[in-house]
Design a protein around this ligand. Structure first.
Ligand SMILES: C[S@@+](CC[C@H](N)C(=O)[O-])C[C@H]1O[C@@H](n2cnc3c(N)ncnc32)[C@H](O)[C@@H]1O
Length: 226
């Protein structure tokens, strides 16, 4: 069964209260590496899609402007509380918004990040297309995610879990090769992160010349996601 917005909202309503305890520590190293690789400069405008409970917010330098969006009101509410607790309200804006259909103008941000979101969002290629649209041409895209394991045992388990995607709220079998083919990301680097390097940080340069929509064959990706 495929993921949709309602399934995601339902899952994260369930996960929200225990999210930091369950996924705070185990995913921490990946978030830290991503923010370091962003090489943020004073005044940079950063967009984080699927910001969740805002675990990454304290990692950003004080002289950048951060916009965080998420589909789940319950996750976002926790991010808002974190922001208030850390006194970050003046430089962080949080909004309830679908990252696959954002209301921001083209080229609004210097750097755009998605941490552990691509396996969760209903149409990953559409997500990347939107990230590319709102990022400045030549800006940077950062995607941190788990992709299907090449290990035959782990890969087998992931395939077995695949039919439970809707219930789990994420896709256990998510192929890096297919993702790269569908999104046509202009990769700068890929860095294995977290436990056993089981997750991957992708850093891509946003295209200078053409909108991502022309680069990715979305008709095919939408059909595959169905
Ligand atoms: C696994 S959590 C990751 C949260 C956070 N980035 C972190 O590092 O812990 C995935 C988050 O992405 C959000 N999400 C999934 N699809 C989304 C979409 N299309 N637009 C906005 N948020 C989305 C979910 O609501 C959830 O909060």
């Amino acid at each position: 069964m495929t993921l949709d917005i309602e399934a995601i909202r339902k899952s994260y309503k369930r996960y929200a209260a225990g999210y930091d305890l369950l996924f705070g520590g185990v995913f921490h190293a990946g978030r830290t590496t991503l923010v370091q690789r962003m090489d943020l400069q004073p005044g940079d405008r950063v967009l984080e899609v699927g910001v969740g409970t805002g675990l990454s917010l304290p990692m950003y330098p004080a002289d950048v402007e951060i916009v965080g969006i998420d589909l789940s009101p319950e996750m976002l509410e926790r991010a808002e509380r974190r922001c208030r607790r850390l006194g970050m309200q003046s430089r962080v804006r949080l909004e309830l918004m679908d990252a696959e259909d954002m209301s921001f103008d083209d080229a609004s941000f210097d750097k755009v990040a998605a941490m552990y979101v691509a396996t969760v969002s209903p149409r990953p290629a559409r997500l990347i297309e939107e990230m590319g649209r709102v990022c400045k041409p030549g800006g940077d895209l950062f995607i941190l995610n788990h992709f299907s394991s090449a290990n035959p045992v782990l890969g087998g388990i992931e395939r077995l879990l695949a039919p439970l995607s809707r219930r789990l709220g994420w896709r256990p079998d998510f192929s890096l090769e297919e993702f790269l083919w569908e999104t046509r990301l202009d990769l700068v680097e890929r860095i294995p992160v977290n436990l056993f390097g089981y997750w991957m940080l992708l850093h891509a340069r946003n295209r200078m010349d053409m909108p991502m929509s022309m680069a990715a064959p979305l008709s095919q990706t939408a059909a595959r996601a169905e």
